[in-house]
Design a binder for this molecule. Sequence first.
Ligand code: ATP
Ligand code: MG
Length: 279
Amino acid sequence: MSYLDIDNLSVTLPHGQGYRHVVKGVSLTLNKGEILGIVGESGSGKTMTCSALLSLLPAGAHRTADRLQLDSLDLTSVSPASVRGRLISMISQDPAAALNPVFTIQAHIDAVLKQHTDKNRHNRRTAVLELLDAVGLPDPLRVSKRYPHQLSGGMQQRAVIAMALSAGAQVLIADEPTTALDVSVQAKILDLLQSLRHNLALSVLLVSHDLAVIAQVCDRVVVMLNGEIVETGTVQSVIQAPHHPYTKALLAASPARHQRGNPLPTVASSYLNSGFDHD
Ligand SMILES: Nc1ncnc2c1ncn2[C@@H]1O[C@H](COP(=O)(O)OP(=O)(O)OP(=O)(O)O)[C@@H](O)[C@H]1O
Ligand SMILES: [Mg+2]
């Protein structure tokens, strides 16, 4: 059985006098220790799908689902506060925004441990250092005393991942976690996600608009377009034999498929060439 099981998830947002359907019947599963990619163009509903799991939707949003289940727990029947951080955590592309500039890294993680565990001060201190070590930060003691602005973007993202895992979440939603980082740092954060899934059996939903990122770390991928999943499969099968015209267009626009020196096609121009009708 899948660890996370989402069946027929829909989200509507208020729009003018009515509503707009931004997630339309999304069904997906995530196994323990698996990294599932969600790829799709801007506005296709990737973030809304993830936010719906944590009940972090904009005001007035309405969520429905036939099933939202984590292990044997029905996520629709428990309070959002008991899910966030404890069962599922979410990180985004801007680690600085997740950190408060006036608190040290130690204080950030300590606050989460205080809220979610009954560890005493000494044990929390030890736990902070262990978490910083687990996310590959060198010299955890030194890093723990730093303020966010004293760390590089990559180190900040590692600290945010440590914070996200500190209350025991077994599912990490990483929404474009490397988009704001330079390429060499991106690869290291992706390596970290790989090692966390191996070492902690962490399950990861990795949102990206970059198929090269998905190809590097994911086992399976779902492709979203206009709030719907239009294609799903193993990364290998989707890349080698895409079915949906949008996936084909996305692949055609992926730098990995193109030789250096040639201009990159845009997805939009590939649509036109393939005759795909984008509504
Ligand atoms: N806070 C919000 N209020 C109103 N509409 C929103 C809000 N956030 C997103 N939307 C709309 O919901 C739809 C889905 O957006 P979503 O953020 O899930 O897209 P996405 O696939 O994550 O895009 P991106 O790649 O740009 O992050 C879009 O049409 C978007 O305009
Ligand atoms: Mg998004």
